[in-house]
Structures are given as structure tokens and as C-alpha cells.
Design a protein around this ligand. Structure first.
Ligand SMILES: [Zn+2]
Length: 352
């Protein structure tokens, strides 16, 4: 799939489809995208200014030139190089002027796509990934309806408790708790990879630098409520629980600029008082989790040891003092695990 040989195979196919040259160019572009430019650009577009430039996976020059020289008659190769477009092996060049102009603009579009793919690959490689994760889906127009089911606990008049968002889409959600480790590489990595985060922040850990969480919010990540002091709420009376939750609502509204709609109780421990207290200061849903991620592993709640559509994944703002790895290591582990199981990371706040 991602070998240069695929490009050659499809390049040949393209040559045989000479009745539609633009479609052929599109095919080459699509194959180049799929092949993640691993040599494809050099083979298909040896004349282009961007072919191979700065691509670690595709050392442009030699391979591209040799491919080009192995093809059809020398005159064709020369004409193709003049146009800067893909070289059609063994195809007579009798294009009218208009078709030639179209091919040029198509060639430019291909070059732009290739440049974008190369930039994406460079970003992925910089963070130790083979490729970018699938792009998060657009925010749904309507949030999924929450019904009593596995993964959703509903009580009349109280915010729903959700372990898994009801959906058929192969999406899962990454949530990051507490706020002790404020690793700028982690927020930059998530941003550059396009991985959306929903965070649940406890004031006693975050207050040393709320600027870090404002930065996350500015890049589109959600900053939600995880109480003031991260106590086990279940053992506290209603008034104390309400103080823990609602003061953090006020604090986050002041520090981040938006009042959270989501709240996660520390340790996942809660009772009806917790839900009543949360509802009283604006909380609409209480997401828990089905998986917990670490830099070296993902732990699953269910015996099948797999992700399910709508699963919520928990992790923490933690560093190497407590973990066998950094937060970028953690994110790399999550992205690889999620992608390998055919899932895409989406933004929890868009679905609850
Ligand atoms: Zn916590």
C-alpha cells in the first residue's frame, strides 16, 4: 500500500487510460496520497519543482530520473518534462492547447496535494508516528440521544453518567485529567496531529499555571471540571460536594473564559448528592471512562480488550516522575492503538 511499487503499477494503468488524462492525473494524485509520497512524486513528476525536495522518505533525484529515463520514447519523456506534468509512458502526445492547459493546472493541484501530504508526513515523523492519525470528524449537528443502555446511566432530573457515547461511528474520545504535568510538547503534539482533547482539571493542581489550560482551550480543546481539591466526593456531605464542584465552575469560568458543561468526579466516585450538586451549578453530563491509557499500555474495562464506538478513554497530565514515559509517549501510544483498531479520535464535548 505504501510502497513506491504501487505508484509504478498505477502509473502504468494511467498510461493505458489515455482517453481521460485528467482522470489519470487524479489517479496518480490519489495513489501518491495513499502511498504517502514514498517515492511516488519522484516517479510521477520528475520535472516538478517540489519533487522530492525535503522528503526524507523519498530521496528525489536519482530514482525519479532513472524511472523517467526507463519509460517510452525519449521524445515523450522530454515533452512531459517540458510540461512539468506526469509522464505518460508510450502514449502519443497530441493534446490540443486547452487540454494541455488543463493538465498544467491539474499538475499544480497534484503538486499542492503532494506538498500537503509531505508536510503531514513530516509532522507525523517529528512526533514519532508513521503517519498522521485520521482527521477528527466534523462536529455533529445533533448530539446523540442518551438512553438507558450499556455505557449510559440516567436518573430523572440528574445529569447523565456516561462511559460510552451511543454512536455507530468508529470514534472514541481522549480525556485528560487532573493537571499536574503541564507539558508544552504534549499540547503542541495534540495540536499538530489534530487530536482533540477534553480535559478535566482540578484547581489545586492547575492553579500554578492556568495559562497552560488557556492555551489548550485556544487550540480548541475543552477544559472541564474535576473539582477544587480532588477529594473522594462520595464520603462528603452535599454542601461540601457542592463547594468542591461549583467553586471550580466559577474558577474555570474566570480562568478559561467559559463555564464547563462537563464534570468528572475524582476517582470516578460519586453518589446522587454529587449529581445533584453538579446540576445545581450548570453541569449537563458526567463522563467517566471505559479505558485508561498510559505511555506503555492501554487498560480496557471489558474482557474483549477492544475499543468500542463511543468509548471514552481516560488518561492524566502526568510526567516521568510517575510514568514510564512522557506525555508525548502517552499520546503516541493512544494514537497508534486507536488507529490500529480502525478508530478516529473525536472531541467528547461535541457529542455530550
Ligand atoms: Zn483525577
Amino acid at each position: 500500500m505504501d510502497t513506491p511499487s504501487d505508484c509504478r503499477i498505477n502509473g502504468g494503468l494511467r498510461g493505458s487510460q489515455r482517453s481521460d488524462r485528467r482522470a489519470g492525473s487524479g489517479l496518480v494524485a490519489a495513489v501518491c496520497l495513499a502511498a504517502a509520497v514514498a517515492g511516488c512524486a519522484a516517479q510521477g513528476r520528475t520535472g516538478g519543482p517540489s519533487s522530492g525536495a525535503g522528503v526524507s522518505a523519498a530521496p528525489a533525484g536519482a530514482d525519479g530520473r532513472s524511472q523517467k529515463q526507463q519509460g517510452g520514447p525519449p521524445s515523450e519523456a522530454g515533452a512531459a518534462a517540458d510540461r512539468g506534468g506526469p509522464r505518460p509512458p508510450a502514449v502519443p502526445l497530441a493534446l490540443p492547447g486547452l487540454a494541455r492547459a488543463e493538465e498544467e493546472s491539474s499538475g499544480e493541484a497534484v503538486a499542492r496535494q503532494e506538498a500537503a501530504v509531505r508536510a503531514g508526513l513530516e509532522t507525523a515523523h517529528r512526533w514519532g508516528l508513521e503517519q498522521l492519525p485520521p482527521r477528527a470528524p466534523q462536529r455533529p449537528l445533533v448530539k446523540p440521544e442518551l438512553r438507558p443502555a450499556q455505557g449510559v446511566k440516567l436518573q430523572e432530573g440528574l445529569p447523565p453518567v456516561v462511559y460510552r457515547v451511543p454512536t455507530d461511528e468508529k470514534i472514541v474520545f481522549l480525556t485528560v485529567d487532573d493537571g499536574a504535568e503541564k507539558d508544552p510538547d504534549f499540547s503542541r503534539m495534540a495540536d499538530e496531529l489534530g487530536v482533540p482533547l477534553s480535559t478535566f482539571v482540578a484547581d489545586y493542581l492547575a492553579r500554578s499555571d492556568y495559562g497552560y489550560f488557556r492555551g489548550l482551550a485556544a487550540q480548541g480543546d475543552a477544559v472541564n471540571n474535576h473539582t477544587i481539591n480532588h477529594r473522594n466526593l462520595k464520603v462528603l456531605d452535599y454542601a461540601t460536594q457542592r463547594d468542591e464542584i461549583c467553586r471550580q465552575q466559577d474558577q474555570l469560568e474566570q480562568q478559561i473564559g467559559a463555564r464547563p458543561r462537563l464534570f468528572r468526579p475524582p476517582y470516578g466516585e460519586y453518589n446522587d448528592d454529587t449529581l445533584r450538586a453538579a446540576a445545581s451549578c450548570g453541569i449537563e453530563a458526567v463522563p467517566l471512562w471505559n479505558e485508561e491509557a498510559f505511555p506503555d499500555r492501554v487498560e480496557y474495562r471489558y474482557d474483549d480488550q477492544r475499543l468500542h464506538p463511543g468509548d471514552i478513554i481516560l488518561t492524566h497530565f502526568r510526567g516521568t516522575d510517575l510514568w514510564k514515559g512522557t506525555m508525548p509517549d502517552l499520546l503516541r501510544k493512544v494514537v497508534n492503538e486507536v488507529t490500529a483498531q480502525g478508530f478516529t479520535l473525536a472531541r467528547l464535548d461535541d457529542y455530550l
